[in-house]
Design a protein around this ligand. Structure first.
Ligand code: NDP
Length: 287
């Protein structure tokens, strides 16, 4: 017998989650502010609740996937959460997640926060590699682990309800740094007779080859020895930065994405050892 699920919020993500649970045979009760989204799912076997309160009352496991933290307030206000297992997949800040955990506790609910590392097409498609970070009640996570694993992979990152959001933001922040670098690379060739489609696979392979460097950064941060195993040291890399900035200038490309990182490298070189790698930049960022 599959665990019954209540799902509040049928946007792009909520609808994908709903379809995955329905396809796996979980009894599903849904509610959405705009009813049209729910009616579409009725034909696929979902039970439609007329109100959010009715949906919450229907099952012990209640999942919400709404636009933002304010919409969670709007939807759950006036529902009876006593003794529910509340799983919030709405994107929020760590502080919002912690406050929501406390808010849920005051209402007698157990609470698990989630950060979705997937886009809707990756939901219900395990081969796509998407997953959800979970943090908060370990008991809730263990109890519903199998049900939660139906739409996407699950990665539990701790009892602190804010940790899922923090991991989510950390990974996406690194992604934006990568996209910033790729934007600069494409800008460099923009006015040349180089096909962006020829650069793209070279770029993708290079980024993949360089990505494991984060393991060395982690080792450095744990040991405090920022020179351990370093191949390309900071002194050499800082000496190389004029090549990048001059090339950008000559290609008519703004250095605005690259310069802040180079500035941090130079500042670290001024206070640290030239034999280090790039790990010292982390300490300059932490205020
Ligand atoms: P959508 O914009 O498609 O859906 C938003 C949902 O929130 C709808 O169900 C909408 O209801 C509801 N909603 C918004 N405001 C209110 C309100 N004031 N009161 C009640 N309901 C409200 O967003 P997604 O489904 O794509 O995203 C949902 C969550 O998932 C977000 O937190 C998002 O950050 C996260 N996420 C999304 C990803 C994506 O690629 N889509 C990837 C990773 C995370 P209505 O239909 O009535 O407007």
């Amino acid at each position: 017998e599959r665990t019954p699920v209540t799902l509040l919020g049928l946007g792009a993500m909520g609808t994908a989650l709903a379809r995955a649970w329905l396809a796996a045979g979980h009894p599903l009760t849904v509610w959405n502010r705009t009813p049209a989204a729910a009616s579409a799912l009725a034909a696929e076997g979902a039970r439609i609740a007329d109100t959010a309160a009715e949906a919450v009352a229907a099952n012990a496991l209640v999942v919400v996937c709404l636009l933002d933290d304010d919409s969670v307030d709007a939807v759950l206000e006036g529902t009876d959460l006593a003794d529910t297992d509340l799983v919030n997949l709405t994107t929020s800040t760590p502080a919002q997640a912690r406050a929501r955990a406390e808010w849920a506790r005051e209402r007698g609910a157990r609470y698990l926060d989630g950060g979705i590392m997937a886009v809707p097409p990756m939901i219900g498609a395990p081969e796509a590699g998407g997953y959800v970070f979970y943090s908060g009640s370990r008991g809730l996570f263990e109890r519903h682990r199998q049900t939660l694993a139906v739409p996407s992979g699950t990665t539990y990152v701790g009892e602190d309800a804010g940790f899922a959001a923090l991991h989510d933001v950390a990974l996406l922040s690194a992604m934006y740094g990568m996209f910033a670098g790729a934007a600069h690379a494409f800008a460099l060739i923009r006015k040349e007779d180089i096909d962006p489609a020829a650069l793209a696979p070279l770029l993708a392979d290079w980024l993949v080859a360089m990505a494991p460097a984060v393991h060395q950064t982690a080792d450095h941060l744990r040991s405090g020895d920022y020179a351990q195993g370093v191949v390309s040291n900071l002194a050499m890399q800082v000496a190389g930065t004029p090549t990048f900035l001059t090339t950008a200038e000559q290609q008519g490309v703004s250095p605005e994405l690259l310069s802040p990182y180079f500035d941090l490298m130079s500042r670290r070189l001024a206070v640290g050892s030239g034999e280090e790698g790039l790990t010292g930049v982390v300490d300059l960022l932490v205020r």
